[in-house]
Design a protein. Structure first.
Length: 560
């Protein structure tokens, strides 16, 4: 860790930005700051990648520069153009742009091959014919040094010939690899003659069938950075041991690169009760625990977008988590706070009943419909706008808002109890109807007090409880209540055993009539229930489906 990294991280700028500021101050890289975001196109991005996107693109914006979007497309067996397009959409949705600087590692395959030949010629690399298991065994352990490959003594001419024939498709997968000649006794396992190239007879989604040998990440990445003139190569902490190899590659290649990039590591985002691994996310998708990469229960950026989260909330969350040098775990509640805080001023308030229980107001005229004024916004939100909601003799409340035998501190509806209907009247339960077989309450009969309309009440009379409701003119709508996909924080490969099979509850709700005008992508706060999002995919199919974005504490009840 450098002296700058050791400085108090409670200062206004994180250690990465402090490093950059010092570099700019001393004129390093001629004062230029160019970053990059280099995802592998082998899956959809998740919220952990959002932190890296915000950091790399954010730094570029702060220094009036550019962040390159570069796809690390070095493994044709796992990559697909579908993933590449999804990643581009995610970056744009988060509010960032690569300003035309879109690249692929495959753009540099020819140059990488030339540099590999140069390493062989300089005795810095050799073709090894050990198989995968033998290479692993020869590497040794963290406590014992590795053993030199028996093929490390091949001559430069033999290595050049074998490497050329590898490129010319003369050998099957696994027959040979190209390895760097470094130090099999190095305490850093990454430096024990690491692999530079392997054979893969597979169609590349961009390069086609031109290549059958593909560079390893630790070889391709520093070269791509250097070719593009990247100044600060910022990655997550698990690549800290790779930095030595990053430097070795650039220090042993003779080329006129526009810059000499340096690697810096920061702690990755570890969000509790979810999966932060593309490999594990892929298992959830392939095993059909979810409906796809954009399932609203997933922490993928596509899933969060379809759930109804806003890019502003995600950027705020990444800012709140901050950039540190040591790993830590972030509570899901912190993320939900950012989502809730952002939606508070964006989502108009409406009413919906998820689990309806019928209420009949016996002293209200049967054929009458009264239209009540209802604001879209609470008093502390500086916005205007309202709608009319119908009040009728028959209406619906939440089942949970009625108890036949309520405890003393239950301030909702029960026999003989009075409660206020939001924007409407106070009602008192007189009696109930029950299913003769199950004895479940099916209808609640009440009377209303005309003097209590819209919050009015006679002097000296207190009504503690206020509940939401919809009238008999409510419209139907499907609501999806989403909860944590995992029962516990994942710490092992057996994470599938922790999948919450009840993470999605689908209910047929009743919605106030104003929601008939809801459009795809609209967000609302269902009062007392949470924030909800009109799912665009179902809307295109002609269905009105709401995903619950995040739950809500009942804040307005205390103000009544």
């Amino acid at each position: 860790m450098t002296e700058i990294e050791k400085k108090d991280e409670t200062t206004s700028k994180d250690f990465i930005r402090r490093i950059i500021e010092e570099d700019v101050a001393i004129g390093k890289n001629k004062g230029k700051v160019i970053t990059r975001f280099p995802p592998e196109p082998n899956g959809f991005l998740h919220i952990g990648h959002a932190k890296s996107i915000c950091l790399n693109f954010g730094i570029a914006n702060e220094y009036n520069s550019v962040c390159h979007l570069r796809f690390d497309d070095t493994d044709p067996t796992k990559e697909d153009v579908i993933y590449e397009k999804a990643i581009q959409e995610d970056v744009h949705w988060l509010g960032f742009d690569w300003q035309g600087k879109l690249f692929h590692a495959s753009d540099y395959f020819e140059k990488m091959y030339e540099y590999a030949v140069q390493l062989i010629q300089n005795g810095k690399a050799y073709v090894c014919s050990l198989n995968e298991e033998e290479i692993r065994r020869y590497r040794g352990t963290v406590t014992t040094p590795g053993a030199v490959s028996p093929f490390a003594t091949r001559s430069v001419e033999e290595n050049l010939d074998l490497f050329r024939r590898m490129r010319n498709k003369e050998f099957p997968d696994g027959a040979h690899v190209l390895r760097a000649r470094i130090d099999m006794a190095s305490p850093n396992m990454k430096m024990r003659d690491p692999l530079l190239y392997r054979i893969r007879h597979a169609h590349h989604y961009k390069a086609g069938d031109r290549w059958c040998i593909y560079p390893m990440y630790d070889y391709a990445h520093p070269i791509s950075d250097a070719i593009e003139g990247i100044t600060h190569s910022i990655c997550t902490l698990e690549f800290e041991n790779n930095r030595e190899l990053y430097d070795w590659v650039l220090d042993n290649i003779k080329a006129n690169f526009p810059s000499r990039p340096h690697q810096y590591e920061f702690a990755r985002l570890d969000l509790q009760h979810t999966v932060m691994s593309k490999r594990k996310l892929l298992q959830l998708v392939e095993n059909k625990y979810v409906d796809g990469w954009d399932d609203p229960r997933l922490p993928t950026i596509a899933g969060l977008r379809r759930r109804g989260c806003t890019p502003e909330a995600i950027r705020k969350f990444c800012e709140m988590v901050g950039i540190a040098k040591s790993n830590s775990s972030v509570e899901m509640g912190q993320f939900e706070f950012c989502v809730r805080d952002d939606l508070n001023t964006k989502a108009p308030r409406v009413m919906a009943v998820l689990k309806p229980l019928k209420v009949v107001i016996d002293n209200y005229p049967e054929e009458e419909t009264e239209w009540l004024d209802a604001s879209y916004w609470p008093h502390d939100i500086p916005k205007t706008g309202s709608r009319k909601i119908p009040f009728t003799r028959e209406l619906y409340i939440e089942k949970d808002d009625f108890l036949e035998n309520p405890p003393k501190d239950f301030y909702r509806l029960g026999p003989g109890k009075e409660v206020r209907l939001r924007y409407g009247y106070c009602i008192t339960c007189t009696h109930v109807e029950k299913d003769p077989k199950t004895q479940e309450v099916t209808v609640v009969h009440c009377t209303y007090d005309p003097a209590t309309k819209s919050g009015n009440a006679p002097i000296g009379r207190k009504v503690k409880g206020t509940i939401h409701w919809v009238s008999s003119q409510a419209i139907p709508g499907e609501v999806r209540l989403l909860s944590s996909l995992l029962n516990d924080t994942v710490s092992s490969d057996d994470f599938l055993s922790q999948v919450n099979l009840h993470s999605r509850e689908i209910v047929q709700a009743l919605l106030e009539p104003s929601l008939r005008d809801a459009k795809a992508g609209d967000r609302y706060q269902f009062e007392r229930l949470g924030y909800f999002f009109v799912d665009p995919q179902f809307f295109q199919e002609g269905k009105l489906v709401f995903n619950r974005i995040v739950s809500l504490k009942d804040s307005w009840k205390k103000k009544e």
